[in-house]
Design a protein around this ligand. Structure first.
Ligand code: GDP
Ligand code: MG
Length: 437
């Protein structure tokens, strides 16, 4: 599913101590593939990754301590934005407030009408009336009665009348006369969009002038959902989208595409058949769900809190002047350590505990590195080039490590310095910008 795929994409970054623009590009390519697999429209997925890439470069992702995590956060923020950013509630003005349900048959209109009535009754202190305008199947009217009974909400119907416009108008009169302050009009839907159905709902819409016209769509229908949304929006200019059947393993891709294509907010989601399986749509939560990030968000927030910007700036200056040494390396390690216990951190990354099962994580993974650096003289720390074989042997002995471990650290340090220098070349605009150059 999408979460697994994105997990894999981000894994490309997690494994790397160093991040290059190539890494970022590769990861975003995977992100795009994952979005496409989840039925997100091609152009939307492409625009999305382009935008994230631009932001990543603008925000110096490459020069931060935890570039992978910052990229995860960028992707999440952008995804949240794509799905509407803020929560948009329903308009409850008007007395009574008239709400019209639209959508294909089986999308979940009748079920959602009940859920919404129940929500308004129990959470918003309203007195709702349910109206049966699906006059083609007697079973449909019956279904609304069952729903209404289960939540203690009155249902208005005229089984002998075959004109949904009249029924809806009469229901509003009935509501006014009997103190109902919300009227929820459930309508008929065909299996696919057809002219007759569209004309009918358009007539009802025009006659009752609803305060809220909601388009109900089955999240499991993927790309089709987008086309249906487009058609209904052209005819009804609806106010919001209800995404049903988001329970279980449903892909969230439709949410992204629909919002982008019709530019209407998703207002609620349905997450089950029961009357309380309704949730206000939070774009940020949906983004998290799509990314399958779980605790990663808080992890990233922690990283950002702990990341000492002044320290970073100081180090960037040293790199620029070719003065980056082991003392700076040590201070970077201390920054990372401030974020917490390595085992905890790894455990917070989805999929990482699986991937890391063969790797023994020490409680203090940096213990040896710190010991080695502490065994170096100040001169050695600031001029690592001085460290020859003889000095290495002394350092190993002093730190209680093996000479191979010293060699390994020297190699890591060399690679890191090389990468840092590279970032000051033509591809290092970010670094220069960060330094105010
Ligand atoms: P309508 O034809 O648009 O009125 O759709 P219904 O409300 O009759 O729903 C069609 C089917 O989908 C029914 O079996 C509902 O129980 C089911 N359904 C509706 N909403 C949800 C949901 O959020 N989750 C799940 N799992 N099933 C739902
Ligand atoms: Mg129905």
């Amino acid at each position: 599913n999408l979460s697994d795929k994105l997990d894999k994409a981000f894994h490309i970054l997690k494994g790397h101590g160093k991040i290059t623009e190539v890494n970022v590009a590769e990861t975003l390519k995977e992100v795009r593939r994952a979005l496409l697999d989840a039925d997100v429209n091609f152009k939307i997925a492409k625009d999305f990754t382009t935008k994230v890439k631009e932001k990543a470069i603008g925000q110096d992702v490459l020069t931060t301590l935890q570039p992978g995590q910052l990229l995860v956060k960028l992707v999440k923020d952008e995804l949240t934005e794509l799905m509407g950013g803020d929560v948009v509630g329903i308009n409850l003005s008007g007395n009574p407030t008239v709400i019209l349900m639209s959508g294909l048959q089986g999308s979940g209109k009748t079920t959602f009408s009940g859920k919404l009535a129940n929500y308004l009754l129990t959470k918003k202190n309203k007195k709702p009336l349910l109206v049966a305008c699906d006059i083609y199947r007697p079973a449909a009217i019956q279904q609304l009665y069952v729903v209404g009974d289960s939540i203690g909400v009155e249902v208005y119907s005229e089984p002998e009348n075959k004109n949904p416009v009249e029924i809806a108008e009469n229901a509003i009169k009935h509501a006014k006369a009997n103190g109902f302050n919300v009227v929820i009009v459930d309508t008929a839907g065909r299996l696919a969009v057809d002219e007759e159905m569209m004309n009918e709902i358009e007539r009802v819409h025009k006659a009752i002038q609803p305060h809220e016209t909601l388009f109900v769509v089955d999240a499991m229908t993927g790309q089709d959902a987008v086309n249906t949304a487009k058609t209904f929006n052209e005819r009804l200019n609806f106010d919001g989208v209800i995404l049903t059947k988001l329970d279980g393993d449903t892909r969230g891709g439709a949410a992204i595409s629909i919002k982008s294509v019709v530019n209407k907010p998703i207002k609620f989601v349905g997450t089950g058949e029961k009357m309380d399986a309704i949730d206000v749509f939070y774009p940020i939560r949906m983004a998290e769900r799509i990314l399958g990030m779980g605790d990663v968000v808080s992890l990233v927030e922690r990283a950002q809190e702990q990341f000492d910007e002044d320290e970073a700036r100081k180090i960037q200056k040293k790199i620029a002047k070719n003065e980056f040494g082991f003392d700076d390396f040590l201070s970077q390690i201390q920054q990372v350590k401030k974020m917490g216990n390595m085992k905890d951190l790894v455990g917070m990354i989805p999929g990482a505990s699986k991937a890391m099962k063969d790797v023994e994580i020490e409680d203090d993974a940096f213990k040896h590195i710190e010991a080695i650096i502490h065994s170096m003289t100040p001169i050695e720390r600031s001029k690592p080039a001085l460290i020859d074989v003889k000095r290495k042997a002394r350092i190993a002995k002093g730190s209680g490590t093996k000479i191979e471990q010293v060699n390994q650290l020297m190699k890591q340090f060399e690679q890191m310095s090389k990468m840092m220098k590279m970032m000051q070349g033509p591809g290092g605009k970010n670094l220069m910008k960060m330094m105010g150059g």
